[in-house]
Design a protein around this ligand. Sequence first.
Ligand code: HEC
Ligand code: HEC
Length: 285
Amino acid sequence: MRAAPVLIALLLSVYPFAGSASETPLERGTYLVRAIVACGNCHTPQGPDGPVAGQELAGQLVIDFPEFTAYAPNITSDPVSGIGNWTDEQIIAAIREGIRPDGTIIGPPMPIDLYRGMSDEDVRAIVAYLRTVAPVRNEVPKSVYRIPLPPSWGPPVGTVATPSREDKVAYGAYLAGPLGHCVECHSTFVNGVPDTKGHLGAGGNRFEGPWGISVSANITPHADGIGHYSDADLRTIFKTGARPDGTPIMPPMGTAYYRNMTDADIDALIAYLRSLPPLPSPAGD
Ligand code: HEC
Ligand code: HEC
């Protein structure tokens, strides 16, 4: 734990150059998990003031839906209650394929469908970071699924390259999908599953928790969505976790993490959101 603040301070100083050739896998992984990827948004216990100090990635209850009661496990390096004994390859298989070392399948809301598109380089960087997270002994109950889980999330992922940052829209799509799973919460659920084809980014999903009830926003360029925001407004939203009129953006939007994004990543995300087909919000919202 002691090394972490130093590391973060170091990282902050290199943020403007994130993505440059001088970035080590650990620096990249630290940035990803602390910003756009936000594993802690599910895996770190949250109190009224956000993520609980000293409990990073130690596990918590995520969500109680009619379909399941899912507990995000302890993914600290604790060898007993965490994943300290797993090999790098086993952790990568868990993240991208949804398969544990004992062969069992990892269920929702862990966004395996999207994590399948995470590049080899980035998933390895995330593992490098996970190795540095302080071990916390915390046994988390097993999730209960009242729906059948698929036998697998698809064929072996194989090799995935990181998209070029030169193409802002394509890189933004990578940020909003495989890395940040924005499109999971923000695409309207049809039969309990985000419809990323017909309702990509149209929002309207209800999330209940200690914060009350929040409804995911329409993030397409439609007037119901981000059409009325300037790029500067959107930067304010990501940087401060509040709208330009000052209203805070409620969980489970991972504002505590997204504010650590680099300006370049925020700009790529905005370019991608502006490129989406404009869709009205679903009826009833
Ligand atoms: C939207 C919430 C969510 C996010 C984001 C998320 N996870 Fe998970 N994760 C879960 C849940 C819930 C489970 C347990 C599912 C089950 O019980 O089958 C899980 C399971 C796991 C497991 C299996 C652990 C075990 O002991 O069974 C690992 C490893 C893991 N996640 C790593 C990660 C990493 C690394 C990230 C970030 C790249 C991440 N998760 C992001 C919700 C999430
Ligand atoms: C775990 C679910 C979840 C994830 C992941 C998520 N969001 Fe959100 N987002 C929400 C919810 C819920 C709201 C509405 C909160 C409120 O009304 O206070 C929201 C609000 C927003 C808003 C404010 C829109 C408005 O009309 O004021 C924007 C913009 C946004 N999200 C973009 C994103 C982007 C980009 C990402 C990925 C980096 C993302 N979200 C990831 C759930 C999520």
